[in-house]
Design a protein. Structure first.
Length: 308
């Protein structure tokens, strides 16, 4: 599966351990309709009730239709549609394409998977392999698992977390939490006005231009560029604080751009070698602080200022 690596923190983020259903043995709930495939390439269609569908081997096409379904793709490159209802989908091994469709549910799979949550509040774990994972309209939890993954939020307030490899994580339309973990990760906030970005360990690239209020680079040498747009602070009614940007440990390159027209503002920045402050005089100021850099702005609506 081909992916671009150019898509494209919150001083601390508490992440709960994600449940894992990858490589789970097929277990069907009581009173479910059981539909079982063969070792070949099967087309398995569910019913309007609650189904347990087991693909076994081969490249299968599985559609759960209505009801709260449990679906196992088995070995082979499968295409799985959850259908309506709160479904649990496990692609198992090989390279699968999984669509959660409407309703809340869970999905996972090893191999290089393509997983789309669609409607509902979904929990998705890409497992091993290089995965493309996209949330839907609900509040989703997306976990990349092993491999170099691409995760994309959509509607809803999403939590997205990479793993030990180099991941690309992009926010969606609402307020999202983006975590890189290990590796050289690229995190970019979406259209939500209150995204939180945390790079984790590794030299990360963090970007946001929609009003990210909390950004933390984490360990290693990070490249951080954040823009707080004009009118964002007034719109959200916080007259005393725009947000916080922290490079974390390492030799970080942090650029904060504040774009507005009112000259009344105050910047406080500090790093390993002390701190400095600046009040706007109608011109752009340039402040450089060595070591980890933290920046707060005390007043809304000001000229463009770069902190680096």
């Amino acid at each position: 599966m081909s992916k671009s690596t150019h898509v494209l923190g919150v001083t601390a983020i508490l992440m709960l351990a994600a449940p894992s259903i990858a490589n789970a043995e097929p277990t069907c709930p009581t009173d479910y309709n059981v539909i079982t495939g063969t070792s070949g390439d099967d087309t398995l269609i569910g019913t309007s009730g609650n189904d347990c569908i087991i693909g076994k081997g081969g490249d299968d096409i599985i559609d759960g239709l209505e009801g709260d379904d449990v679906i196992y793709g088995g070995n082979g490159n499968d295409i799985i549609y959850g259908g309506l209802g709160a479904d649990s989908i496990n692609g198992n091994d090989d390279d699968d394409i999984i669509f959660g469709d409407d309703g809340s549910g869970t999905g996972s799979g090893d191999g290089d998977d393509w997983i789309v949550g669609n409607g509902g509040d979904d929990w998705i774990d890409g497992g091993d392999g290089e995965d493309y994972i996209k949330g839907g309209d609900g509040d989703d939890e997306l976990y990349g698992g092993g491999g170099n993954d691409w995760m994309l939020g959509s509607g809803g307030e999403d939590v997205m977390a990479g793993d030990t490899e180099s991941d690309v994580v992009r926010g969606g339309d609402a307020d999202d939490v983006l975590c890189g973990d290990d590796g050289l990760d690229e995190l970019k906030g979406g259209d939500g006005p209150y995204d939180r970005l945390h790079g984790g360990d590794g030299p990360d690239i963090l970007r946001d231009s929609s009003g990210a209020s909390a950004v933390h680079g984490g360990g290693d040498d990070d490249d951080i560029q954040i823009t707080w747009p004009a009118g964002w602070l007034n719109e959200w009614g916080y007259p005393w604080l725009v947000g916080a940007v922290s490079g974390g440990s390492g030799d970080d390159d942090v650029r904060l751009t504040i774009d507005s027209t009112n000259p009344d503002f105050y910047i406080l920045a500090y790093g390993d070698d002390g701190y400095c402050s600046s009040a706007n005089d109608g011109t752009a100021d340039y402040i450089r602080v060595t070591g980890p850099l933290h920046a707060w702005s005390a007043f809304p609506d000001f000229e463009t200022v770069d902190l680096r």
